[in-house]
Write a protein that binds this ligand. Structure first.
Ligand SMILES: NC(=O)c1ccc[n+]([C@@H]2O[C@H](COP(=O)([O-])OP(=O)(O)OC[C@H]3O[C@@H](n4cnc5c(N)ncnc54)[C@H](OP(=O)(O)O)[C@@H]3O)[C@@H](O)[C@H]2O)c1
Length: 496
């Protein structure tokens, strides 16, 4: 059940917030502590103006509230304006005011959510919960991990633990913060009774509109196959939009979720237990995931980077779809790369896949980089890996001297692989000394913005250009095939 948690200063604002998310939630929760004057509000209007499951959330500092305030909460419960009341506990055993309010709620047929912020979860699943057997009640856990070192044990011992259900109790959880995001999306899939959400751009939880439109939340079941992307940061990634649209169009029971990961060790001890079936891998983990692979395709070993993992019961297989993602759009312009002369600007992580792909396909390559030593070691490494003859890959600096090398080299293709031009460096041009003749094909790996300063300059000189988003899409197409065994429905992507 998707619950929209609303924290506003008046009930009128609560209603406006609910209206703007209409159709995306099954129920809502009003946080009484954010209302400026709860005692002056027209609470009866809740039944008149809203539909769906209604939860009243009581303040965290309940123990220190004055008696008249507690009395006011009692009155609200007696008026049966809510289906459930969420009572937060600082400690595990209910007593005092908590116990009183629970009794009032139960005698007026209002369910109770016992809400616990877990810091020390070694005591979980809290033996006291066993006597908490009211049919309509729920044990709710709020978790806020600072990273995967904390999150790993939380997933293992709390989220994947089903002891509470065997006691006949319902349980729900909300894992707050960026590391918790995938578990917010997957909460019902992982057995949470409620999925708590925040209004759009008002954190700390996923919003219900994204939940429904991107993650197709209503169609998730415990059997839905899990895929995702790991990186840090990764919540801005467009990959979930692309993969989930593909599953939807082909009727595949799967979901693709971003996992911000700061520490691979605890993540990989949990991944097979979720169980994850496949992962895209992005910065900064493309190199460090190699040690978790039981098998890698040749391009992974040659490039030293892996951007796709496929999990089976027995093994994890590593692939590099960047190489093919780069070559497919290029082959539309040059069906054969053999014998072509390619200038590669940059010698970082992305350049490794590009130089490998070009040299493997038989191109001659000139690598120019700000740090020439990096270009030289990349050239030497690829020369050795592919057993290339001397002179197949040459190198130089990214300055006037480099520009005169380009004059002699006369490239058919220029590939821009540096981060210059990428948001927020839109104004940067990695190689202002480079003069375009107009016959070259110019390929910029940067995809945000789509058209960089560098590409604008090339276009103005009459060059054919290839945009970085083409590579991004094509590397994802191969991932989709590796994950699902099916071709991505190309009609979903216009003009690439
Ligand atoms: N379209 C796609 O599918 C795709 C795939 C992968 C990457 N990319 C994009 O490719 C870009 C590079 O990624 P990466 O992983 O290779 O990064 P990286 O490993 O950090 O390498 C950065 C490269 O850019 C150079 N560089 C950085 N700032 C520069 C400047 N001001 N002037 C000249 N050179 C500069 C670096 O030169 P030094 O060696 O001298 O530091 C290095 O060669 C990013 O924008 C990334 O988003 C796109």
């Amino acid at each position: 059940m998707v619950i929209l948690r609303v924290s506003e200063s008046t009930l009128d604002d609560v209603f406006l917030r609910l209206q703007s998310h209409e159709g995306y939630f099954d129920g809502f929760e009003i946080e009484v502590e954010t209302l400026k004057h709860p005692e002056r509000e027209d609470w009866e209007s809740i039944s008149r103006r809203t539909q769906g499951f209604r939860i009243l959330s009581l303040p965290r500092a309940l123990m220190s509230e004055a008696e008249p305030v507690i009395d006011f909460y009692r009155t609200l419960l007696k008026r049966r304006l809510f289906d459930m009341v969420r009572i937060p506990y600082e400690e595990y055993k209910p007593r005092g005011v908590h116990e009183t309010l629970e009794k009032v709620a139960h005698s007026y047929d209002v369910g109770v959510i016992r809400s616990i912020s877990i810091r020390n979860f070694s005591a979980y699943p809290f033996p006291f919960a066993q006597d908490f057997v009211k049919e309509r009640d729920v044990l709710h856990l709020t978790l806020n991990p600072s990273g995967w070192k904390e999150l790993g044990p939380i997933v293992e011992r709390v989220i994947l633990d089903r002891t509470v259900e065997t006691w006949g109790m319902r349980r729900s959880f909300a894992v707050e913060g960026p590391y918790g995001y995938p578990f917010q999306v997957l909460s019902s899939h992982l057995g949470s009774y409620f999925t708590f959400t925040s209004p759009q751009s008002k954190g700390p939880l996923v919003d219900p509109i994204t939940l429904k439109t991107v993650y197709r939340y209503t169609s998730l079941t415990p059997h839905t196959a899990l895929f995702g992307i790991i990186g840090n940061p990764v919540l801005h990634s467009r990959s979930p939009h692309l993969h989930n649209r593909g599953y939807d169009a082909l009727g595949i029971d799967a979901v693709y979720v971003p996992f911000p990961v700061d520490d691979l060790e605890p993540f990989f001890s949990i991944a097979p237990k979720l169980p994850l079936r496949g992962l895209s891998v992005t910065i900064p983990h493309k190199e460090s995931v190699l040690k978790y692979c039981d098998w890698c395709e040749d391009s992974v070993l040659a490039v030293g980077a892996c951007n796709t993992l496929v999990f089976s019961e027995k093994s994890i297989k590593g692939y590099n779809t960047d190489v093919e993602g780069f070559l497919v759009p290029l082959n539309r312009v040059f069906p054969r790369v053999t014998g072509k002369k390619a200038l590669v600007i940059g010698a970082g992580g992305a350049a490794r896949s590009i130089v490998y792909g070009l040299a493997r396909e038989g191109a001659r390559v000139l690598i120019l980089n700000r740090t020439v030593a990096k270009a030289e070691s990349l050239a030497a490494e690829m020369g050795k890996t592919l057993s290339l003859s001397t002179g197949t890959i040459t190198t130089g600096p990214l300055d006037r001297e480099g520009a005169s090398r380009v004059e002699q080299f006369q490239p058919d293709l220029v590939v821009q692989t540096t981060s210059c031009g990428m948001h927020p460096y839109e104004e940067e041009d990695p190689f202002p000394d480079l003069f375009f003749k107009g016959q070259e094909v110019v390929y910029d790996l940067v995809y945000a913005p789509r058209e960089t300063r560098f590409l604008k300059r090339a276009k103005a000189a009459g060059c054919t250009v290839i945009y970085g988003d083409a590579m991004l899409i094509h590397q994802a197409f191969r991932q989709f095939l590796l994950f699902t065994g099916k071709e991505y429905p190309r009609q979903l992507i216009d003009g690439i």
